[in-house]
Design a protein around this ligand. Structure first.
Ligand code: DC
Length: 225
């Protein structure tokens, strides 16, 4: 069986990571959540009071950041480590969500993250999700998927996810944050979110996780056998 690179891009809360995790499990591939890398950098900047409007502070701070993915000992799912600390859960906090698109728009931050991501995918057998995976990180990926879903469905999904961790959160806060991030992600100067010309679009508004997996596997079968 041929090993390939699968790039999954799309708007926030479109089910990218659900599909990426399903595919990694099904194919025995490595799953990399590239958004977690931008979130971990944001967490580092917030904790260390890095002024990210100052390029030399950003460049200096990036030299002190080490990001790694390691499998969870119970379910095997990959989790992100920032300088050897597991930050998989803390990076999902609203405090990070509010700033991450701003940090992810910084050229130096993107070059840092993209270089790491390309190293991780060099041996293929990888599923990576994000916003610029098919356009910038792996422009030669064998399969590119661009995911979409109706905004109401996306807000509902993100709200349910966040409510379990923070019952004080409101649906309006979640909607505002999603819309703000979509806007910044698709309007930034460097690598804005856009569908690669050769990407397959999957709108999963009315699809169950099993249905979306089956659909993606149909495209993959043709590429690996
Ligand atoms: O997928 P996510 O919501 O965890 O991503 C967090 C933020 O990082 C999101 O606002 C967009 C940004 N991001 C990016 O710019 N490029 C990527 N490859 C992945 C995420």
């Amino acid at each position: 069986m041929k090993k390939i690179v699968i790039a999954i891009d799309g708007w926030s809360s479109c089910g990218k990571s659900t599909l990426a995790k399903q595919l990694a499990k099904e194919l025995g591939y490595i799953y990399i959540d590239s958004g977690a890398m931008y979130r971990a950098v944001t967490l580092y900047f917030l904790r260390n009071h890095v002024d990210w409007t100052n390029t030399s502070e950003v460049t200096e701070a990036l030299t002190n950041i080490n990001l790694q993915f390691k499998p969870n000992s119970v379910n095997g799912e990959s989790e992100i480590y920032l300088n050897e600390e597991n930050v998989e859960y803390v990076i999902r906090d609203m405090v990070v969500a509010e700033k991450v698109s701003e940090v992810a728009a910084i050229e130096e931050v993107r070059s840092f993250a993209v270089a790491e991501q390309q190293k991780m995918g060099a041996a293929k057998g990888i599923v990576m999700d994000g916003r610029d995976i098919g356009t910038t990180v792996f422009p030669d990926a064998e399969l590119k998927i661009f995911m979409t879903a109706d905004i109401a469905v996306r807000v509902e999904r993100r709200f349910r996810e966040m409510y379990s961790k923070n019952p004080n959160i409101t649906i309006e806060e979640v909607k505002d944050n999603l819309e703000m991030r979509d806007y910044i992600d698709s309007h930034r100067k460097v690598s804005p979110l856009q569908k690669a010309a050769d990407a397959i679009e999957i709108n999963n508004t009315g699809l169950s996780p099993d249905e979306q997996l089956l659909l993606a596997l149909k495209f993959i079968d043709k590429l690996i056998f």
